[in-house]
Design a protein. Structure first.
Length: 329
């Protein structure tokens, strides 16, 4: 019987790649990830890291920091050098602290929709308004992630790789709710089929590389879930309230479950167990699909708060893996 696992979604506090890697490798021995440390500054944030990956493939998508955020620069300047240096530091630190890792290793990048909703063209308007730019970003990102996965596979040859696209703006883009530069209007909505189409090459690439694939939305939203399942995605985040949870568990997909930080570990564990059992599953038969994670907010501000949240997540996992203890008290 496989056990539930504890992990996190990537973002951790602080500025030390060594400290983040040491904590992640020690606390999450079965489900690791490459830490993201935004407190180091531009280039260490999710959008900047993804820009560094894109820039390594095509200088057309090099970006630089401007007062309003990130803007296309066309040449790889100091901001891209910084982003790529941060990524190498994180990879080197994780290699040092997680030698011989053989669990699930997740690579998180910002997906093409949210990246284009976050980065400006030279005009000051977001790339999301240019459907051609979205298509080009998708193509370049596919190649960038392919190289990223190959490097992680060399570092951890026995790990099972997973790719998660961070797409917090996908639903807003589909609903036409991304604001223009002036803030007075919004961009025309991106068709749902086009959004799904921008993910399909990434799914196919991940499958070809032997990796699992998922998309992390800003909240649990079923606008894309069924289509992603049909396209071959096998990693689902925020599925606790999804009407597709039963199908995901039956297919033995990886289900990431965010705990509620205001609840005790026991209350969180019982909530997860009751949700699963209400669908007719035995808890012990489904724990192998469960990856329990803290909210990003609870682990991104300080190490004091992060360690408390990580401890709580590990307690939830311990309870889920001991059904008699969880349900017998």
């Amino acid at each position: 019987m496989a056990n539930a696992r504890a992990s996190a979604l990537g973002v951790l506090p602080g500025v030390s790649a060594q400290e983040a890697a040491q904590v992640a490798a020690g606390e999450f021995p079965e489900a690791l990830f490459l830490p993201i440390l935004p407190q180091r500054g531009p280039g260490a944030d999710p959008v900047g890291r993804t820009a560094g990956i894109l820039s390594s493939i095509s200088s057309d998508f090099s970006t630089s920091v401007v007062p309003s955020g990130w803007q296309i620069a066309r040449t790889a300047g100091i901001d891209m050098q910084r982003a790529q240096n941060f990524l190498r530091q994180d990879q080197d630190a994780m290699e040092e602290h997680a030698q011989n890792f053989a669990g699930v290793f997740t690579c998180s990048v910002v997906g093409p929709i949210s990246w284009c909703a976050s980065v400006e063209a030279a005009s000051g308007e977001k790339l999301i308004r240019d459907r051609g730019a979205v298509s080009e970003v998708t193509h370049v990102l596919t190649e960038g992630i392919r190289g990223h996965l190959a490097l992680i596979a060399r570092i951890f040859p026995h790990a099972k790789l997973s790719v998660v696209l961070e797409e917090p703006d996908a639903v807003a883009a589909c609903n036409g709710a991304i604001p223009t530069a002036s803030g007075l209007n919004t961009y025309v909505n991106v068709d749902r089929a086009q959004i799904l189409g921008s993910w399909e090459p990434l799914i196919h690439m991940a499958v070809a590389c032997g990796a699992s694939f998922g998309v992390a939305l800003a909240h649990s939203d079923e606008l894309f879930t069924q289509a992603l399942m049909g396209a071959g995605a096998t990693v689902f985040l925020g599925s606790g309230s999804s009407s597709f949870l039963g199908e995901q568990l039956e297919a033995r997909n990886a289900v990431y479950w965010q705990v509620k930080p205001e609840w005790s570990p026991r209350k969180n564990a019982r909530d997860i167990a009751q949700r699963i059992m209400s669908l007719g599953f035995e808890l012990s038969a489904t724990t192998g699909s469960l990856v329990v994670v803290p909210t990003t907010e609870s682990v991104s501000q300080s190490w004091v708060a992060a360690r408390s949240a990580i401890t709580a997540v590990r307690e939830v996992v311990d309870l889920l893996n001991d059904e008699d203890r969880l349900l017998g008290e």
